[in-house]
Design a protein around this ligand. Sequence first.
Ligand code: F6P
Length: 541
Amino acid sequence: MSSALWAELKQLAQQPLSLRQQFAADPKRAEKFQVNACGIHLDFAKNLITDGIWQKLLELAKQSQIQSKTQQMLHGDKINNTEQRAVWHMALRADTKTPLVLDGVDLQPEIQACHAQMAELIGQLHQGSYKGYQGDAITDLIWIGIGGSLLGPQMACEALAPFNKSPVRIHFAGNIDGAVVSDVVKGLNPATTLVFVASKSFGTEETKQNALAVRQWFTDKGADKAAIAQHFWATSSNIKAAAEFGIVAEHILPMWDWVGGRYSLWSAIGFPVALQLGMEQFQQLLKGARDMDQHFINAPLEQNMPVILALLGVWYINAKGCQAQALLPYSHYLRFLPSYVQQLDMESNGKGVDLDGKPLTDATAPVIWGDAGTNGQHAYHQLLHQSALAVPSDFILPAKVSHELNDHHHRLAAHCFAQTQALMQGKTFDEAKAEVLASGASEAEAIALAPHKVSPGNKPSNTLLLPELSPYYLGALIALYEQKVFCQGVLWNINSFDQWGVELGKQLSTPIYQVLSDQQKNNFDASTEALIAKFKQLNLG
Ligand code: F6P
């Protein structure tokens, strides 16, 4: 971020810019700042950019290594340099005819075999022919995993709930909070429950602990070793650890070294989604993502949706000093999308050093947060509208809905568009005063109340319109954010595919656990010592 171009952009960011005036001065602004990809429409006209700023940002993209790094990723180069791994999640959604040769091995047969295994199990579960240890059909599936092994399938299952055609109910268990597993097994019958342990490493504490608890629940209910083998499946790249846990080889779906956890929805980690939708519709999810990949690879930079989102992001983070970004899906079904993108973006790009290990001087990933609209309008939108903080926001709206209440949907859409409009244009003192006067107040009352009603406006937003929330468009939407995150990683010259920062907390929890469970004595800082003592006193009390 030290180029002359960046210096220029940082200077431009200091100059006043009124979005109201920009729209008034340029009738073609909305037409200019919009783009379509895979049926998704992006309106980015309500951003704090002028033609000049936008040209400079595009210049930044041209000068960057986005295109060459994309080629390296496609060729399977080990661009995850700290772990010496290729970054090949795109292969999982590639056309079946595309040869996928990595380190001299064609992976297409392995990927197809995995899909075939998923299809076979899904067929059996849908037909009720996969029998439990007492000869009953399976009615419930517990999916145990965390982070990338849970957020994607959980989000996509919720997003595509109207497409559910599976007789098997799916329950997700991620957190090590015992309340999760206790609640999940409540009311379930082990004889009709299938369990999937989803862990690339098969070493994640939360997943192991929850898997052990569920296995214990099986044995407590009378299941023996053979029954466990019949009911437990895994998706993992650590076959040995899965086998040691008691999962038979035929029940282990592959995970590959070249797929990062947060990019693994397209692998067997997507099993719950495939189970819910059927394999055909799961393929549509992959196709949507594949088409977005093709758009990203082939579209010129100025029409390239992931590149555009990435440039706007760095403009706000690095030139305008914004530290947060809101993700506001106007769709109940997309309510888990912000949590999913949180991991995707913050775990990928929340880094402190560049590819060579040199400390970064500029900020990287924003704090991603959000929830489904219109709920947020009655909670945190107040801050978005009137506080001094500028939080660039992505509004996401499917145009067509699967339910019957289309008038509800018109109202939902009206709120979505009204929010972006209100954020952009705000309300001036004179407008606020006129409004108060029109309600019958005196001049003095209007002058007193008007400042409270002023909204500064000039708050940037993108609006993404999806034709509908189908497997295809969801796939395209997720791939859009994946590629945006990739581009930003390139612009910041960081490794978006490792996550060393999460290790320290994991390491430190072990000695604390040993003290809490009276296995060992350890010394900590005074605050931690005091907290442990207080916790133990209350925990036992
Ligand atoms: O939180 C760290 C992390 O390694 C994530 O990147 C990953 O998605 C998650 O833990 C789960 O890992 P695993 O699939 O190996 O259990």
